[in-house]
Design a protein around this ligand. Structure first.
Ligand code: FEO
Ligand code: CA
Ligand code: CA
Ligand code: CA
Length: 715
């Protein structure tokens, strides 16, 4: 194949669909082990023969082609796209506004941060940041001073938890200088958190249980505009620590069902705690939605794993556990089942059915009981985000973050009451909080577009069909009741033919153009043998894999992920159909398979493993990553990407996070020029230990501590 830029012949676009050798691709061994229980080491739990999205795109490759970009960088290929996102169309739209000192972040010009491996937060020139709160900092009165050598369970109940992920911030209803920040604490990491030999296995299990959960922390503006700091614990009445003792009410059609009943809760109505909360969303009525993601890894047994439950249909779900990755595991680094029976599958076979939900928390009411919404289905929820549709119904989107699993949406039965917001009518607000209890749950089927088969400039696009699974009263899946569909949502979905996706992470509607954006982080799995215990496998897990990640190549498999853009039919999110296009194919820009919505590839930042999404006031997409170091070499980052106008697809790195961390959180407080972000698992690098850390960020101790930060313009 030549690269002569003249008289180009159409060439098939090479998407990174085929993974080469390394099963985990981009994450460190430690992150894989502790964050998701080495999900990539296990067989893909979806054994259905439903179509895979990579094949949907592959079929498009046969019909579509690329034109070689004469005006683009040497040897680079570019896809010319039609439709609203095309460069031609963009030319008649206004370009992004010029930088204005003090103007909103959405229109600020900045030079992208270069890839780096620094043990620091590195921001675009002209911006600064501060740490708001770190793991171990006081959230409640009576919290002990953080001392990693002298932890107690009682102390952990009062401090900010480990490994901050989602960050949601609501303005204070009465005090403009303050806001309420809610943060998820996704997981603990015993390999790097503690001095070797300091604690027993039972202590580590108990500490781990209480490092998880969520925190509500009141914050106040700092002296520099855009900066925020924690309100001293003695000066706030809002702070709250959601932990393993917090009671959650199960709501929706599966609440009370036999499948969610346990010895401690024979009514199946309330659950203690929430675990592995990853991403989330803020509702228009002022609550936080939070996704229970890799909950499966906390359940284990030294006995026999019980047989699957009998369904009302008479069908035995032999794969009730395995479809969710729940299994007896010798490689379990936590062993929570040894300190609490409810994590023991043999003792409490229904306890795992009480996790894997979307939880909803009212951060404004400290004594309120948070809920687990069964109507949103049970799977490895990355998070959930809601949008109010034109007719007032609420639509909640959620991705099941597993290789080969699905994208879902719930369309509420009831309508959003605009009076029911923070500072509005509290009765109406309470009613809005029940919107996600009734409605219809759908799963997405994506097909390629057969139109314009020969058009060399056609984008990758196609159609979305939302297949109903159940309403709150009726099951649409043969042989399963409503409650069974909601408790075993993966199995129900398997039966109706949705499309297997490459680990859907954040699924969120752009508040400006009302399109839905989906981060598909990667699908980095092709199996190799397990690794014996050695210095590269300090935790002694039989599950830790062998191969270090390879040098990045232009054909490095579907390791870099992509971002889908979904346009609901008629702009109506309640409708059962939509269209999709592939907006970004991530990777090193000059790799032939990458695609940046048609933007000049010589002028974008490298990006890999898109995870969390956010939007600013102009609808620019902000993307944070989880997995850059293993694929593209640099630390994980936060990017801004316009989705319309001449700059559509211009991916620019706004900041990078410290060594070993992924960038969680992002939330753009545009008017205030604040960008909240949460470096999670700093120093979680293969081979690192507490004594030999890979990071000491944020440099308050001689070991790394996950922390929530805010970025703002320098003054
Ligand atoms: Fe916790 Fe899907 O990442
Ligand atoms: Ca995530
Ligand atoms: Ca988000
Ligand atoms: Ca992730």
């Amino acid at each position: 194949m030549t690269t002569t830029p003249t008289n180009p012949a159409p060439q098939p676009k090479l998407l990174p669909l085929v993974q080469d050798g390394n099963r985990h691709g981009s994450r460190s061994y430690l992150t894989c082990l502790f964050k998701c229980g080495n999900a990539c080491d296990h067989p893909i739990p979806n054994t259905s023969d439903n179509p895979e999205f990579k094949d949907v795109i592959a079929s498009a490759i046969g019909r579509r082609a690329v034109v070689r970009g004469a005006a683009i960088g040497a040897g680079a290929l570019v896809v010319s796209v039609g439709g609203a996102g095309s460069l031609a169309a963009a030319a008649v739209e206004a370009a992004a506004p010029a930088a204005a000192k003090g103007g909103p972040l959405a229109s600020s010009k900045f030079s992208p941060v270069a890839p780096n491996r620094r043990d620091a937060v590195v921001l675009a020139d002209g911006f600064d940041h501060n740490v708001i709160i770190s793991a171990g900092d006081a959230v409640l009165a009576g919290a002990p001073a953080f001392d990693i050598n002298n932890l107690t369970v009682d102390g952990l109940k009062r401090v900010f938890g480990w490994n901050n992920d989602y960050v949601g911030v609501f303005p204070h209803p009465k005090n403009k200088a303050r806001a309420l920040m809610t943060v998820n604490h996704e997981y603990d990491d015993t390999a790097v958190m503690y001095p070797a030999g300091r604690y027993t296995q039972a202590q580590l299990a108990e500490f781990g249980i209480y490092w998880h959960g969520m925190s509500v922390v009141e914050i106040e503006r700092g002296r520099v505009p855009g900066s925020w700091y924690q309100v001293p614990v003695g000066k706030t009445t809002y702070n709250r620590r959601i932990n393993a003792d917090t009671t959650f009410k199960l709501t929706g059609p599966a609440a009370g069902h036999a499948l969610v009943q346990t010895t401690a809760d024979p009514t199946g109505a309330s659950v203690k705690g929430t675990f592995n909360n990853c991403a989330g969303g803020m509702t228009p009525w002022g609550t936080i939605l939070s996704g229970e993601e890799n909950f499966n890894q906390y359940f284990n047994t030294d006995g026999d794993v019980p047989a699957g439950p009998q369904l009302a249909s008479g069908q035995t779900l032999t794969n009730a556990y395995t479809r969710y990755g729940i299994a007896k595991s010798a490689g379990d680094p936590r062993k929570w089942h040894t300190v609490d029976d409810r994590f023991d599958l043999a003792a409490e076979p229904n306890e795992p059915h009480r996790f894997g939900w979307i939880v909803e928390l009212d951060p404004f009411a400290k004594s309120s009981t948070p809920v687990k919404h069964t109507m949103l289905g049970r799977f490895k929820h990355e998070g959930a985000n809601v949008v109010v549709a034109k007719n007032g119904n609420v639509v909640a989107y959620s991705g099941d973050d597993e290789r080969g699993d699905y994208i879902y949406k719930l369309v509420s039965a009831g309508k959003f009451d605009p009076k029911g917001v923070v500072g509005g009518n509290e009765k109406a607000r309470k009613k809005n909080m029940t919107l996600l209890d009734k409605g219809t749950l759908y799963v997405a089927k994506l097909t390629g577009n057969d139109a314009d088969q020969s058009a060399p400039t056609a984008p990758y696009d196609g159609s979305v069909e939302w297949i109903p699974l159940c309403s709150d009263t009726t099951s649409f899946v043969e042989g399963m009741t409503v409650a069974e569909v909601l408790v075993f949502t993966r199995q129900a979905a398997d039966l109706v033919g949705p499309t297997k996706m490459d680990r859907p992470e954040d699924v969120e509607v752009n508040p400006v153009n009302k399109k839905l954006y989906v981060a598909l982080t990667n699908n980095s799995n092709r199996g190799t043998a397990a690794l014996p215990v050695n210095e590269a496998n300090p935790v002694g897990s039989s599950m830790v894999r062998t191969s270090p990640v390879s040098a990045p190549t232009s054909a490095s498999g579907n390791r870099n992920g992509y971002v889908l853009e979904i346009t609901p039919a008629g702009g109506d999110h309640t409708k059962p159909t939509a269209t999709w296009d592939l907006m970004l194919v991530c990777g090193i820009p000059d790799a032939p398979e990458t695609y940046f919505a048609g933007f000049d590839k010589t002028k974008v930042s490298a990006i890999s493993c898109p995870d969390n999404l956010a939007f600013d006031s102009q609808g620019n997409l902000w993307i944070s990553t989880d997995g850059m170091p293993g694929t593209l070499g640099g630390n994980d980052a936060l990017y801004r990407v316009p989705v319309s106008g001449a700059s559509r697809g211009q991916v620019q790195a706004f900041l990078t996070v410290p060594k070993g961390a992924e960038c969680c959180g992002p939330l753009v407080y545009d008017k205030d020029q604040s960008v909240f972000f949460a470096p999670q698992h700093p120093g979680e690098v293969s081979g690192a230990t507490f004594e030999a850390p890979a990071s000491t960020w944020p440099h308050t101790h001689d070991f790394p501590i996950p922390s929530v930060c805010v970025a703002y313009r320098q003054r």
